[in-house]
Design a protein around this ligand. Structure first.
Ligand code: PEP
Length: 261
């Protein structure tokens, strides 16, 4: 079975101006013991205008850069959009797609998200495909149907034997609310997602897939979440904006996995 890496990705959303962005990255770089990179990847996802500035600071270090969104075309008359090729050009290794804020505020649908996944893979960027149910969907017993649809449509036509995709399970009711999913509940969904991938692509691919949890992660709850077998890291919103919290989540997560201290 392929081994899978752990990952901690800070999704800054539409926060931080230039100085704040640079201070945050420099602060994290100062606080992180370089040996954490033996166990995990640490990724910054600033907003578009600051990608290049962040890249310049992390150049030559193990830190990685992610965008928060993209369009699927290579170039052309698409005012206001950013192509995967542009993201690669400024040094992105990852790009978040299908975040619930994109789905629910901007009306993105699974078919578009699938196009973005494929466009990113075609230029060598790893998509972080976000999936997750709304509270009413969970209450109506639709949790697994929603996850199945988002995962299978997001990955439709993607050869995971040849390309890497990271999945982030982010229950919508847990994002930015201070209410994280209970570790056992998150684990149930992570294991379900891995099962979907196993069914379509085989155990080897499924076992090697990094599946992140996201939703109100903080330094106090990360340890218990990461104790779960199928939780391989986290996509962090609010807590990734503070150096101390972001760094403590990384240490706490690795402790939860039993690989640190
Ligand atoms: C997110 O937006 O991806 C997220 C997980 O946000 P928060 O950590 O603030 O809940």
């Amino acid at each position: 079975m392929r081994s899978r890496g752990f990952m901690f990705c800070g999704n800054w959303k539409m926060n931080n101006l230039l100085t704040e962005s640079l201070n945050l990255v420099r602060g994290v770089m100062l606080e992180i013991d370089p040996s954490v990179f033996d166990f995990c990847e640490v990724v910054f996802a600033p907003s578009f205008p600051y990608l290049l500035a962040v890249k310049e600071i992390i150049e030559g270090t193990p830190f990685k850069l992610s965008a928060q969104n993209c369009y699927w075309e290579e170039k052309g008359a698409f005012t206001g959009e950013v192509s995967p090729l542009m993201l690669r050009d400024v040094g992105c290794s990852y790009c978040i797609v299908g975040h619930s804020e994109r789905r629910n505020i901007f009306g993105e649908i699974d078919r578009w998200i699938n196009k973005k996944v494929k466009a990113l893979l075609s230029v060598g960027i790893t998509p972080i495909l976000c999936v997750g149910e709304k509270l009413e969907e969970r209450r109506e017993g639709k949790l697994f149907d929603v996850i199945y649809r988002q995962v299978t449509m997001g990955l439709d036509g993607v050869d995971l034997g040849s390309y890497r995709v990271v999945i982030a399970y982010e229950p919508v009711w847990a994002i930015g609310t201070g209410i994280n999913a209970a570790p056992e509940d998150a684990e149930e969904v992570h294991s379900y997602i891995r099962g979907i991938v196993a069914e379509k692509y085989g155990m080897d691919v499924a076992g090697g897939m990094t599946i992140l949890y996201g939703g109100s992660v903080n330094p106090f709850n990360i340890g218990d979440l990461m104790k779960m077998e199928n939780i391989d890291g986290t996509l962090i919103g609010g807590s990734s904006l503070k150096v101390r919290d972001f760094v403590d989540i990384i240490y706490g997560g690795l402790e939860g996995k039993g690989v640190w201290r």
